[in-house]
Design a protein around this ligand. Structure first.
Ligand SMILES: NC(=O)c1ccc[n+]([C@@H]2O[C@H](COP(=O)([O-])OP(=O)(O)OC[C@H]3O[C@@H](n4cnc5c(N)ncnc54)[C@H](OP(=O)(O)O)[C@@H]3O)[C@@H](O)[C@H]2O)c1
Length: 254
């Protein structure tokens, strides 16, 4: 399985480079960047449920296949397993159910690409966490990489959750268009949800200390940073009084 793991990491890196090259020219065609002419779409709710699902099932199957059999997986491994599954219950089930606009469509091509990527990524991270030697002893809980990484991940997750909630509430009155978001990390960046997401996965890469965690962080940055820049440009174009001091995704920098 080690060969499949290394091949998955290489494929995710290549997909990241491809995604970066594509999205620097044209933001992923969903949400505000989807044109009315987009062909082949499905309702957004089942689309999210479907394409995020491999993150939990591929991770779970691989983890339980490779985790040490004698005495069961160690406590750090089990904690990371639980955090991963909890995050994807949120992202793959709770988040789509919270979205207000039930008529939104999602491109089929993005569903297929998302499903395949998540299958590879769930497998790679389930494998990495399930057999990492440093995660087999409770000593890892006192390692500075674990403590700092977990702190980062918690802050990033909370920033992302708050930003998701602010965006969802912008349509709380049945409005289906776009408004300028305020509050939380939107004070500093146009894509506060992506900023939180990137900090979260940076923390995850640190507290798991695995190549798969690092590769997923790089992919997330390649995927979300150009999209954040596209959102930022779009806001400036459509809202003439858009706050001038806001950056796209990294406070004070980008
Ligand atoms: N780890 C990863 O690689 C990864 C990849 C993708 C997404 N995610 C996460 O998944 C979540 C959703 O991502 P996304 O790409 O769909 O984010 P998004 O483009 O910012 O949209 C988020 C939601 O808010 C709505 N929305 C955005 N801006 C709005 C505004 N100004 N006024 C009113 N409604 C607004 C969008 O509606 P419309 O659909 O109508 O635009 C959509 O329902 C985020 O938390 C993101 O971090 C993670």
């Amino acid at each position: 399985m080690e060969t499949a793991y290394l091949a998955a990491l290489a494929t995710i890196l290549l997909m990241g480079i491809g995604t970066l090259a594509t999205t620097l020219r044209q933001a992923g065609p969903y949400g505000r960047h989807m044109t009315p002419a987009q062909r082949g779409t499905m309702p957004a709710l089942p689309a999210w449920l479907l394409f995020e699902s491999p993150q939990w099932f591929a991770f779970a199957i691989t983890f339980w296949l490779v985790a040490p059999p004698a005495g069961g997986p160690a406590v750090p491994m089990l904690l990371i397993f639980g955090l991963w599954q909890a995050h994807y219950v949120y992202r793959g089930v709770v988040y789509p159910l919270r979205m207000r606009d039930r008529h939104k469509r999602f491109p089929l091509v993005a569903v297929v690409m998302g499903f395949l990527f998540n299958l590879l990524n769930g497998f790679a991270n389930g494998y990495a966490v399930g057999h990492a030697e440093h995660l087999m002893t409770a000593d890892w809980f006192t390692d500075p990489r674990f403590i700092a990484g977990l702190a980062f991940a918690i802050v990033g997750w909370l920033v992302n959750f708050q930003a998701d909630s602010i965006l969802i509430n912008l349509r709380g009155d049945g409005f289906t268009g776009y408004r300028v978001p305020h509050g939380g990390a939107f004070r500093y960046v146009s894509a506060a949800n992506y900023f939180g997401e990137i900090v979260f996965w940076a923390g995850f890469a640190l507290f798991t200390w695995t190549a798969a965690g690092l590769v997923f962080l790089l992919f997330t940055m390649a995927n979300l940073m150009p999209r954040a820049v596209a959102h930022h440009r779009w806001y400036r174009e459509y809202f003439p009084d858009y706050p001038k001091s806001r950056r796209a995704v990294i406070p004070g920098l980008l």
